[in-house]
Design a protein around this ligand. Structure first.
Ligand SMILES: Nc1ncnc2c1ncn2[C@@H]1O[C@H](COP(=O)(O)OP(=O)(O)OP(=O)(O)O)[C@@H](O)[C@H]1O
Length: 321
């Protein structure tokens, strides 16, 4: 992304740790903890998309859930506009819901099958006392149109929609409270490739018009390439490399980032620098990161996380470990 587009820091994650106690019978021995997130520091700037990538179990979701207030941090800070968003001093659930919302991989699983789409969206407004009666119904209708559906879809039930339409509903629901941040957890991985492009373009258009900031979790290089401004590579709970996506992906420096990109067939051909997807085009399929999964190191032998070192204008890497 150009320097000109980059906004001011909106969300700052500082030295975040989320450690889970391991069961007594764990191979790592009793009284050990699993360091799901282990000293993560990241900044999300206003209006940008920061993608978090890394193999399964590296701590992407735990980081995202902590930002959403759905997971208590062991230590560290998550600050929104300089004030706590998670952990001690965080606002209550309702206030947080108006700052950050989540879009899930499988919207169907998170939609109540017995509720019409209209009442699902209305319940958000009612719960927060934001609108009622005809005004609330109008806001629901406007939102459905905004995400590419029709106002009268409000009367239908989740099973009456296709996968892509359901994801549009998931996005509509996330936007009802006018949040500033969306956490996108693999937002298109459950969709056909032809539909993926439409949802990606919708997300990018909404980002621009509503000045949203995104944190996206993805296992797909093509998706990350099309949507991200910046990228963070996580490995066993730590960020090993982060910065401008183009710099990180075309000059991967940490051995793990190299492995991750090396695991995608034709990665070099994909890294064209294009943002968005032309209408009617599909996101190339089969571009998922698929590194061999490493064995989690024994936390007792891990050194404390070292600081990232700048190797470019917006490119930092962990050199020591
Ligand atoms: N509530 C929990 N209790 C114990 N361990 C947990 C808990 N939540 C996550 N973990 C563990 O923390 C580690 C990180 O999990 P996390 O879901 O954050 O990884 P991830 O990178 O999002 O993986 P994936 O890509 O598969 O979703 C994993 O080893 C996971 O088993």
């Amino acid at each position: 992304m150009s320097e000109a587009k980059r906004g001011t820091p909106l969300l700052e994650i500082r030295d975040l740790k989320v450690h889970f106690p391991l069961p007594r019978q764990s191979p790592l021995g009793p009284r050990r903890t699993l360091r799901a997130v282990d000293g993560v520091s990241l900044t999300l700037n206003e209006g940008e998309c920061l993608s978090i990538v890394g193999e399964s179990g590296c701590g992407k979701s735990t980081t995202a859930l902590t930002v959403m207030g759905l997971q208590e941090p062991t230590s560290g800070e998550v600050l929104y506009q300089g004030k706590p968003l998670a952990g001690a001093g965080a606002p209550d659930r309702k206030a947080r819901a108006r700052i950050a919302q989540m879009v899930f991989q499988d919207p169907y699983a998170s939609l109540n099958p017995r509720q019409t789409i209209g009442s699902t969206l209305l319940s958000q407004l009612k719960l927060h006392g934001l609108a009622s009666g005809a005004e609330a119904e109008q806001r629901v209708a406007d939102m459905l149109v905004r995400v590419g559906l029709a106002a009268d879809h409000a009367k239908r039930f989740p099973h009456e929609f296709s996968g892509g339409q359901r994801q549009r509903i998931g996005i509509a629901r996330a936007l009802m409270l006018d949040p500033k941040i969306l956490v996108l957890d693999e937002p298109v991985s459950a969709l056909d490739v032809s539909i993926q492009a439409q949802i990606i373009n919708l997300l990018m258009e909404l980002q621009e018009t509503l000045r949203l900031s995104y944190i996206m979790i993805s296992h797909d290089l093509s998706v990350v390439e099309h949507v991200s401004d910046r990228v963070a590579v996580m490995y066993f709970g730590r960020v090993v490399e982060e910065g401008d996506w183009h710099s990180v992906f075309t000059r991967p420096t940490h051995p793990y980032t190299r492995r991750l990109i090396g695991s995608v067939p034709d990665a070099e051909a994909i890294l064209s620098g294009a943002r968005g997807v032309p209408d009617g085009a599909a996101i190339p399929a089969g571009r998922r990161f698929s590194p061999e999964i490493d064995t989690r190191p024994d936390p007792a032998t891990l050194p404390e996380p070292s600081a990232l070192q700048a190797i470019g204008p917006d490119h930092r890497v962990r050199l020591a470990d």
